[in-house]
Design a protein around this ligand. Structure first.
Ligand code: HEC
Ligand code: HEC
Ligand code: HEC
Ligand code: HEC
Ligand code: HEC
Length: 159
């Protein structure tokens, strides 16, 4: 039993470390570097219909520049191989809420919430970490502050 709790504690510390320092991604992509080039969030993250999900960019889009930029880098060669084989890089997900909760990006951006409100200073970050907490309490707090609907079925299916 003691053993079990100790393991849990260690696992907890690892999770904490991963949350703060970021998971290692398949290639060291930096938002800071790329946003400084004049790209915008929606150059890469398209909120296609019906608007719940934010997409991830295709490797062929990246290769528009990387055909020539840093083409000798082993990271870029990995990216090039993914584009050639049409095998998306397995980005490690940073944010996520349980599937039993309904959440739509479009509803929120149309209501005026910015990416930074919910994801922090992405433009300044080399590595994205879960720097903004999203759980029922934080969703509810903003819904109260903005007078958005907050009945249970707003976010959960009726049972
Ligand atoms: C050149 C393409 C590109 C641009 C421009 C870009 N991103 Fe990203 N974004 C990515 C890639 C690739 C990943 C996956 C790797 C990672 O997490 O760093 C990602 C991951 C993310 C994630 C983590 C998603 C998750 O849950 O795993 C967030 C949040 C995000 N981007 C927000 C933004 C915001 C906000 C902007 C604008 C300020 C932006 N991005 C601009 C390519 C881009
Ligand atoms: C508008 C052009 C452009 C696009 C589009 C672009 N990049 Fe870049 N990328 C750059 C530039 C410029 C650098 C910095 C090169 C340097 O350090 O000299 C860079 C650097 C990188 C590096 C670091 C390479 C190394 O070894 O130092 C990685 C990894 C990378 N980009 C991945 C991506 C990924 C993944 C995408 C698509 C989501 C992408 N890039 C899209 C221009 C671009
Ligand atoms: C009201 C808060 C909120 C706003 C505003 C918001 N996001 Fe998110 N974002 C989230 C949550 C919560 C998740 C996790 C969603 C899930 O797991 O279903 C997420 C996930 C993501 C993902 C991973 C893919 C996905 O859809 O699950 C990306 C990429 C992302 N957001 C980018 C952005 C960008 C770019 C903007 C601005 C245009 C933005 N977000 C605005 C809360 C927000
Ligand atoms: C930055 C403040 C903010 C945060 C954080 C936020 N919301 Fe919202 N949300 C709003 C606003 C404002 C609306 C109302 C939009 C409207 O009525 O046009 C809304 C609307 C919604 C709706 C649609 C309600 C309807 O009337 O159909 C759902 C579902 C929802 N939010 C879920 C969530 C979940 C789940 C989270 C946490 C992961 C969350 N929201 C976090 C501000 C926020
Ligand atoms: C604005 C969105 C929102 C509303 C409104 C909302 N929830 Fe949630 N709920 C969430 C999110 C996000 C989670 C998952 C994250 C977490 O556990 O905090 C969640 C998780 C839960 C869970 C699982 C908790 C667990 O620990 O497993 C229950 C039970 C729950 N909600 C009940 C309710 C009830 C009852 C109401 C009405 C009083 C309600 N929710 C209203 C967003 C919402």
């Amino acid at each position: 039993m003691v053993e079990y709790f100790r393991d849990l504690k260690v696992a907890g510390l690892f999770l904490l470390a991963a949350g703060l320092y970021g998971q290692e991604q398949p290639v060291p992509y930096s938002h800071k570097t790329h946003l400084a080039l004049g790209l915008e969030c929606n150059s890469c993250h398209r909120n296609t219909d019906p608007g719940e999900f934010m997409g991830f960019p295709s490797e062929s889009f990246c290769m528009g520049c990387h055909q020539t930029v840093k083409a000798d880098s082993p990271h870029i060669q990995k990216l090039a191989a993914a584009a050639r084989e049409k095998k998306p890089l397995p980005w490690v997900r940073v944010y996520g809420i349980p599937t039993y909760v309904y959440f739509s990006h479009r509803v929120h951006t149309q209501a005026g919430a910015t990416c930074e409100t919910c994801h922090g200073a992405v433009r300044e970050r080399d590595v994205i970490t879960k720097e903004v907490v999203h759980n029922m309490r934080s969703c509810m707090a903003c819904h109260a502050a903005t007078k958005a609907r907050a009945g249970c079925t707003t976010c959960h299916e009726e049972r």
